[in-house]
Write a protein that binds this ligand. Sequence first.
Ligand SMILES: [Zn+2]
Length: 118
Amino acid sequence: MEKSYVSLDTKICIFCGKQFEIGIILDKRLKNTLEKNTITGIDLCPECTKEDYILLIEIDEDKSSIESDESVKPENAYKTGRAIYVKMKHFQKIFGTTSKNKFSFINERGYNKFQNNL
Ligand SMILES: [Zn+2]
């Protein structure tokens, strides 16, 4: 495919794996260097996003790379295949904080805790 100076800013859905476009990217020199799509990261796609909910995705802590601040980068998360939608207000109540993200990672213990509380 021919390259262009404009490309679709594309992310990959952490949950379903689908690619989705969120905007455009321009080559600032207006040179034809870009593919039709440019993958810029991982997020939750519109179809997997639920208003007022956060998706908690279970990960295997032993197989994931945990950062020093205990966060996990999406590309380093080893997902188990289980996930659970939780109302943001429940998430807030349990963790005492809100999240600007549409998803978060959770370990098995946390997952079971949420599952038993719903
Ligand atoms: Zn999705």
